[in-house]
Write a protein that binds this ligand. Structure first.
Ligand SMILES: [Zn+2]
Length: 325
């Protein structure tokens, strides 16, 4: 095992940062379909430390039926403030995002020069290594509902039951740890923009969810649609998603789905029985690229283009607002 000394946030906000060892996995059999071996992903992500970024261990993930404990890591810029949050690899079989981030370290360094950034590049490392979406079953099961590492229903208010969360507890240790990490770090890095890189192998045309304050009118959502189309990703521009949500110009407005993206956009949430302000990001985008008929290399390029161009646009805004001061 290779060891790295990193900073990990303790569970208590008031506690000081302390150094902890992250054990990087070695010799994990990554599903062999052309995706990068998982060791290589960690290696690339940790390259951000050379630009001064700080790495945190969110938790170790070892659900039942898995031989190795794999770290879920986060990286953040040393400067705090209103931040761009980037999430990826929530669903293990959706590999374009985690691979594109590994190819986009330079874009991220550039974005992080003047802009606070928090990156959770591989939220479901077990799913990535084993090409499986969820945690609680090692493979597809018709009987068992899959649990997503991004499940946030324990923090989200139940529209039917005022003052209550949609579930009484987090659906997994991983979901508990990831959501806790977000809420802890949202204090020093309040989410301004949240980007979540997904795919869907059951669709032939993709789309972009826009869960933030401007909903489907968010100009960054329109820019994302343009970038995907310019990179030869077919998009469904109108009609409905496979979940029957209406699509307008390739964009779907806010949806109630218990996801981490709903958490990032929530104005109020429930923590320890108390209603408190939520992360409430201005822009919350979720990219869904069609995965079945398009080679991984092309999907990776499209996701990398999203990161590069959105980072450029966001960095440009930052520079313009600095110039205006
Ligand atoms: Zn997904």
């Amino acid at each position: 095992m290779r060891k790295l000394t990193v900073c990990a946030l303790s569970l208590l906000l008031a506690a000081p940062l302390f150094a902890e060892q992250i054990e990087l996995p070695q010799d994990v059999q990554t599903f062999p379909d052309g995706r990068k071996p998982i060791e290589q992903l960690y290696e690339r992500y940790l390259g951000l430390q050379q630009a001064g970024w700080i790495v945190d261990l969110v938790t170790l993930s070892q659900p039942d039926g898995r031989d190795d404990a794999l770290p879920i890591i986060a990286l953040r810029t040393p400067h705090t403030g209103k931040a761009v949050w980037i999430l990826s690899g929530i669903h293990g079989e959706e590999t374009a995002g985690p691979n594109a981030i590994a190819e986009s370290i330079d874009s991220l360094v550039e974005l992080g020069r003047h802009q606070a950034v928090v990156l959770l590049p591989l939220n479901n490392p077990q799913g990535y290594a084993h090409n499986w979406r969820y945690l609680n079953t090692p493979e597809y099961s018709a009987e068992i509902d899959g649990q997503s590492v991004g499940d946030s229903s324990h923090l989200l208010l139940d529209p039917e039951k005022p003052g209550q969360a949609r579930s009484s507890a987090a659906s997994s240790l991983e979901a508990a740890a990831i959501t806790r990490y977000i809420l802890e770090n949202a204090k020093a890095y309040p989410p301004l923009i949240s980007l979540d890189l997904h795919e869907d192998n059951l669709i032939n045309e993709g789309y972009v969810y826009s869960q933030g304050k401007l909903g489907e009118l968010d100009p960054l959502a329109s820019l994302a649609v343009e970038i995907l189309r310019a990179n030869d990703i077919p998009l469904k521009m109108d009609g409905v998603t496979r979940f029957d949500e209406p699509i307008n110009q390739g964009i779907i407005g806010p949806v109630v789905d218990g996801s981490i993206d709903e958490l990032m956009s929530a104005a109020s949430i429930l923590v320890n029985g108390q209603i408190v302000p939520g992360p409430y990001a201005d822009t919350v985008l979720v990219f869904e690229t069609p995965a079945a008929a398009i080679p991984l290399s092309q999907r990776v390029e499209a996701h990398a283009a999203l990161l590069k161009h959105l980072a450029g646009e966001i960095g440009g805004r930052e520079a313009r607002s600095e110039g205006a001061e």
